[in-house]
Design a protein around this ligand. Structure first.
Ligand SMILES: [Zn+2]
Ligand SMILES: [Zn+2]
Length: 353
């Protein structure tokens, strides 16, 4: 395994990433090295490229590091003591990092692990390279049937959307209305989970006509373009008794989507803020918020979420739309992602090289 490989790395804060040669990682005791088949690109990568140095350093991130946190491939080398996987196993790499030992990890809330602030692709070496080192086999999910070149997106976009859906499911009643605001990468996964896990009427709100059409193809019952002061009324009119939505999942997160989403949530319903647009809600507790409602904020996903999503995909229950690029096109792939208009998640395939 000795030798060098190409990697797409942030070399210094505030400078565009570059393809450079780095040593192929060797697995230490308990570690696994994975040969990367493909790595999905995430909007948060674009944010990292411009993040102020102070923020990155406060998160414990170190430059240089290789980008990419939606990785899948094949086990290439095992560190001393690793017996739970074998060379050649096709695997997806869990996206968020966690220690496995703290009180959060023990409770299965590894998405809240304090050691997860830095991880593969954000402050540590990630998957936009020929090989990636994984600190423990608990970060690997064995694939049976899924193509490792494109399965990586399920571990981040797929799992984060799943976490949000899993949180709201207890508030969803048979035949109730569930609203998905934003039918991009995460929202289009969320609506598919809702169709499989509940009997709710799934209403998608997106200003983009193409995304609305795709949402209907993926199983949404309704797709509307309108978001604003009258949204709540529209949603109430669709719900039994005019009560409003059992749950609203906001994958956008602006002031207006939050206000409209909260207003559309029925008493006893749930509102999930997952989109990272940085919106705020100015609301008095009595009239503006749903009585006995549950409101929760973005918290990534757990290892168990990623396992469940991979199993749903293997069962053929969800569609994972991707647009593939070669490693030589990684810069272009990020430019396309930034420009918007991609039909599926951008994935850099390394195995074709
Ligand atoms: Zn991401
Ligand atoms: Zn932990």
């Amino acid at each position: 395994m000795a030798g060098t490989m190409q990697a797409y790395r942030i070399l210094e804060w505030g400078r565009p990433p570059e393809v450079v040669d780095v040593p192929i990682p060797e697995p230490g005791p308990g570690e696994v090295v994975v040969r990367v088949a493909g790595c999905g690109l995430c909007h948060s990568d674009l944010g990292m490229m411009q993040m102020p140095r102070e923020v990155c350093e406060s998160l414990g991130w170190q430059v240089p590091f290789t980008l990419g946190h939606e990785t899948a491939g094949w086990v290439a080398a095992l560190g001393a003591g690793v017996t739970s996987c074998a060379e050649g196993d096709p695997v997806a790499v869990v996206s968020p990092s966690s220690c496995g030992e703290c009180s959060y990890c023990i409770r299965g809330q590894d998405n809240c692990c304090p050691k997860g602030l830095a991880g593969r692709g954000y402050g540590r070496d990630g998957g936009l390279a020929e090989f990636v080192r994984v600190s423990s086999p608990r970060g690997l999910i064995r694939l049976s049937g899924l193509d490792p070149r494109t399965a990586g997106t399920l571990t981040d976009a797929g799992a984060t959307a799943f976490h949000g859906v899993r949180r709201v499911v207890p508030r969803i009643t048979p035949g109730g209305v569930v609203v998905v605001i934003g039918a991009g990468g995460l929202g289009s996964f969320a609506l598919q989970y809702l169709r499989h896990l509940t009997t709710a009427q799934v209403v998608v709100i997106d200003t983009d006509a193409t995304r609305r059409a795709v949402a209907m193809e993926l199983g949404a019952h309704n797709a509307i373009a309108q978001i604003g002061a009258s949204t709540a009324e529209t949603i109430r009119a669709m719900s039994a008794g005019g009560l409003g939505a059992d749950a609203v999942l906001d994958f956008v997160g602006t002031d207006s989507t939050i206000a409209a989403g909260i207003a559309a949530t029925r008493a006893g319903g749930a509102f999930a803020l997952i989109g990272a647009a940085g919106g705020k809600l100015d609301a008095a507790w009595f009239d503006a918020l749903p009585k006995d409602g549950e409101i929760f904020t973005f918290q990534g996903s757990t290892i168990s979420d990623a396992h469940d999503v991979i199993r749903l995909a293997e069962a053929g229950a969800i569609r994972n739309d991707v647009e593939t690029y070669t490693f030589d096109q990684v810069g272009q792939a990020y430019r396309d992602l930034e420009a918007g208009g991609l039909r599926g998640r951008a994935v850099v395939v390394l195995d074709d090289r």
